[in-house]
Design a protein around this ligand. Structure first.
Ligand code: BG6
Length: 480
C-alpha cells in the first residue's frame, strides 16, 4: 500500500487508523507493507512517531494497544518524494522492486491536480503494470469537462478495472445495510414503487461548518462536495433495481441506470426545484457560530452554497411520479443523515381519525449518527372505540449487533486490496452524475441570485420547507 500524501490529513485521520484496525484484527496479509510518501523529510522512525501521535487521536482509546501499534508500525516505511518530479520516481521503484509481483495499491491522497503527474510518472518507471491499482479520492473534477480530463489522464495509464474511485459513503455499514434491507428481505420489494410510495427524502445534515477546509470548499460548495457524489449514490441505492449478482459490474450497471433516468433540472426549473443556502451567524446550544463568509480562507463576498435542497424525479416505470427530495447542509441544527420512505395513505379509511395523526406508514433509515430502521405503523389507541395512532417498530443496530462498527475506510481499503470494486464508482457513473449536476450549477450562475441565508445551527432556509409544502409534504424533522 503506497500512500501519496502520507503526511496529510486524510492519511492521519482515516487511512492509517483504518489500516491499524485491519492489522490489529488480523485482516492484513502478514507480508503487507505500507509506504507513506510525501515531500517532507522524515526517516522511517520519525515518520512512525509522527503517525503514532496522530493515529492515537483517531482510534478509540481502548482500541489503541501498544503491542498492536508496534507490530503495525513495523510494516510502515517512509519515502520523501516530490510527485511532480519524474526523476524522483526511480527511488520508489527501488523500494518496491523486491516485491515486483505483489499487488501494489497506489492511494492518491493528494490534490487532484497531482493525480495526472503521479500516474504518468508511475508508468514511466514501470510501476503501473498489471499488479498495480490506483485509488482516487474526490473531488474528481468540478464539472463533467474537468472530471473527464482527470479520468482520461488516469485512463491513459490504468485501465478501468484497476481504478478505484472512493465515495466513502458506500463504505459505511449503514449504507450497505440499505442494500441488505432491500435485497435481503422479501417484505419491502413489492411495495418499493410508485404504486405505494408517495415520496422519498434523503437528508445528509452536518452540524459542523467548513472547519479548516475553506479554500477547497469555497470553490466547491455543497453541490459538488456532497450532492454530486454522496447524495446521488444514496439515491441510487434507494432506487436501483436488484442487480443480477452482487458483483461490481452488475451493481454499477443498475446504479448507472438510475443516474441516467434522473429528470434533468435545467432553465427555469433550477429556480423552481432547487434551493441553495449559505449559513449566516447563528447559535447552537448557547454557543455563537460564525457566518460562512467569516470562516478561515473563505472569500468575504462568497456566494458559495453551504446548503442545497432539491426535488427530482426518476423517469422510469418504477418511480414515475414519485418526488425524491434531497437535502444537505453544513452548520445545521443537528448532525443527521437519514432516508425517509413515505408510503401512500390507505385506500379507504375504515376507522375514525384520531387527532391529527397522518395514517401513512413511513420507513426511516437512519445512517448517522445512530444507525437504525424505524417503521411507523398505525395501531389502535387503547380504550374505547377504534381510534388509531402512530407507533414505531424501532431497530437500533448498535443494540442488535454488539460488535464494533467498521469505519468506511476499513471496508473500502480491504476491498481495494482484494480487488473488489463493487463499492467504488465507475467512470460512467461519475460522468452521468456530473451531466445532471452541471446544468443546476449553471442555472445558479446565470441568475446572479445570492444563496439564501440561514442562521448557523438552524434547519436551513425557509425556502427548503416551501419546496415540499407546495406538494403537501414536509421534511420529517420539521413536522410538528
Ligand atoms: C466529505 C465532504 O466527502 O464528506 C465533507 O468533503 C463532509 O465536506 C464529509 O464533511 C461528511 O462525511 P461523514 O462521513 O462525516 O458524513
Amino acid at each position: 500500500m503506497v500512500v501519496f500524501g502520507g503526511t496529510g490529513d486524510l492519511a492521519m485521520r482515516k487511512l492509517l487508523p483504518a489500516l491499524y484496525y485491519l492489522h490489529r484484527d488480523g485482516h492484513l496479509h502478514e507480508g503487507t507493507r505500507i509506504y507513506a510518501l510525501a515531500r517532507a523529510q522524515h526517516s522511517a522512525e520519525s515518520y512512525r512517531k509522527f503517525a503514532k501521535r496522530h493515529v492515537s487521536q483517531y482510534v478509540a482509546r481502548s482500541d489503541f494497544e501498544q503491542s498492536s501499534w508496534e507490530s503495525f508500525a513495523a510494516r510502515m516505511d517512509y519515502l520523501s518524494l516530490d510527485v511532480s518530479q519524474r526523476v524522483e520516481f526511480p527511488k520508489l521503484t527501488k523500494l518496491l522492486k523486491k516485491d515486483s509481483e505483489r499487488v501494489r495499491v497506489f492511494y492518491l491522497a493528494t490534490l487532484p491536480s497531482l493525480f495526472a503527474p503521479t500516474v504518468k510518472h508511475l508508468a514511466s518507471v514501470g510501476l503501473a503494470d498489471e499488479y498495480a491499482r490506483v485509488v482516487l479520492e474526490k473531488p474528481l473534477g468540478e464539472s463533467l469537462l474537468t472530471a473527464n480530463q482527470i479520468n482520461d489522464q488516469i485512463g491513459a495509464v490504468f485501465d478501468e478495472s484497476r481504478v478505484f474511485r472512493i465515495d466513502h459513503y458506500l463504505g459505511k455499514e449503514a449504507v450497505q445495510n440499505l442494500l441488505a434491507l432491500r435485497f435481503g428481505n422479501a417484505l419491502f420489494e413489492p411495495l418499493w414503487r410508485n404504486a405505494h410510495i408517495d415520496h422519498v427524502q434523503i437528508s445528509v445534515l452536518e452540524s459542523v461548518g467548513v472547519e479548516n477546509r475553506g479554500d477547497y470548499y469555497d470553490r466547491a460548495g455543497a453541490m459538488r462536495d456532497m450532492v454530486q457524489n454522496h447524495l446521488l449514490q444514496l439515491l441510487c441505492l434507494v432506487a436501483m433495481e436488484a442487480p443480477v449478482h452482487f458483483e461490481p459490474e452488475a451493481v454499477r450497471n443498475e446504479k448507472l441506470k438510475i443516474l441516467e433516468a434522473l429528470r434533468p433540472i435545467t432553465g427555469m426549473d433550477v429556480q423552481d426545484r432547487t434551493v441553495r443556502g449559505q449559513y449566516a451567524a447563528g447559535e447552537h446550544a448557547g454557543e455563537r457560530l460564525p457566518a460562512y463568509y467569516f470562516e478561515k480562507r473563505v472569500d468575504h463576498d462568497s456566494n458559495t452554497e453551504t446548503f442545497v435542497a432539491l426535488k427530482t424525479e426518476i423517469d422510469n416505470w418504477r418511480w414515475a411520479g414519485v418526488p425524491f427530495y434531497l437535502r444537505t447542509g453544513k452548520s445545521m441544527a443537528q448532525r443527521k443523515s437519514e432516508i425517509v420512505i413515505q408510503f401512500k395513505p390507505v385506500p379507504y379509511r375504515l376507522f375514525p381519525r384520531s387527532g391529527d395523526n397522518p395514517e401513512n406508514n413511513r420507513l426511516v433509515i437512519s445512517l448517522q449518527p445512530d444507525e437504525g430502521i424505524r417503521l411507523s405503523l398505525m395501531a389502535k389507541s387503547p380504550g374505547r372505540g377504534m381510534g388509531l395512532q402512530n407507533v414505531d417498530l424501532d431497530l437500533d443496530f448498535a443494540d442488535a449487533f454488539k460488535r464494533r462498527r467498521w469505519d468506511a475506510y476499513e471496508r473500502l481499503l480491504l476491498d481495494v486490496i482484494q480487488g473488489d470494486a463493487t463499492l467504488f464508482m465507475r467512470r460512467d457513473e461519475i460522468e452521468a452524475a456530473w451531466r445532471w449536476v452541471d446544468p443546476i450549477i449553471a442555472g445558479w450562475q446565470d441568475c446572479y441570485r445570492s444563496p439564501k441565508r440561514y442562521p448557523a445551527g438552524s434547519w436551513g432556509p425557509d425556502a427548503a420547507d416551501s419546496l415540499l409544502e407546495r406538494q403537501g409534504h414536509a421534511w420529517l424533522d420539521q413536522r410538528s
